[in-house]
Design a binder for this molecule. Sequence first.
Ligand SMILES: Nc1ncnc2c1ncn2[C@@H]1O[C@H](COP(=O)(O)OP(=O)(O)O)[C@@H](O)[C@H]1O
Ligand SMILES: [Mg+2]
Length: 251
Amino acid sequence: MRVGDTVRRPHQSQSYAVAAYLDHLQRASFDGSPRYLGRDRLGRDVLTFVEGDVAGAVIDDRFLGDDLLASVGHLVRRLHDASAGYLARDEPFPRRIGAEDQPEIISHLDVTPQNVVVRDGRAFALIDFDLAGPTSKFRDSYNAAMHWVPLLHPTDVRTGVELGDQLRRLRVFADAYGWSADERASLPRFGADAASRSWDRMRERAASEGGGWARMWNEGVGDLIRRRGEWLLANEAAIVRALGSPEASED
Ligand SMILES: Nc1ncnc2c1ncn2[C@@H]1O[C@H](COP(=O)(O)OP(=O)(O)O)[C@@H](O)[C@H]1O
Ligand SMILES: [Mg+2]
């Protein structure tokens, strides 16, 4: 809920870990995230409101341009650079099923079109750090690309984006973020593996936590994730070819 220049959100177990991370990002001069201002009299988290446009559940054309996609890649790269060296020792994040044993960084982990504030056609800020936590740069950037390209089986594409567009857009993201040659070569298998872990985790959460997780599961998110994994493997060669090699300037 918006209140003046602020947003009020339900307080959660990881809210203080997120707050400490947002403080770190501010100290690192990263300007693409809200600031945590504390809790109000009702106990809700108070964050700064970030002015701009955010996609709705159905992604409209304004959020499907290649320039915006490239700017998302740049924003995620800047987030990772700003997150380097932050270990969250004082406010640890709750341990998640499937999390890396040796995480490289803390990052957002949910860079969907609904969680990016767009201004003047560019990705301006990330909001909704509910899933933030320890991860690897490749996992978080892959995840952002997955949502924004999007990497989906044709059955699940709702936006008119076709295979040719998906391959082109994946390359746009790869060059904007700056994936290495190894990362590009491993992407389809990495994505298929991520899909299979995600399927397990979503089923587990639907069963143990119910609520929104159970609703998503009943709406068929598990099938969509399984189809994504199959699609990535079926198109492995085309995807790796489309990703090409990093531009010299990105090395
Ligand atoms: N700090 C913020 N600045 C601007 N808008 C916000 C902010 N936080 C949330 N919103 C708006 O509220 C919507 C839902 O908030 P979000 O934090 O993403 O919660 P949810 O967990 O429901 O996805 C966002 O899509 C965005 O439109
Ligand atoms: Mg959200």
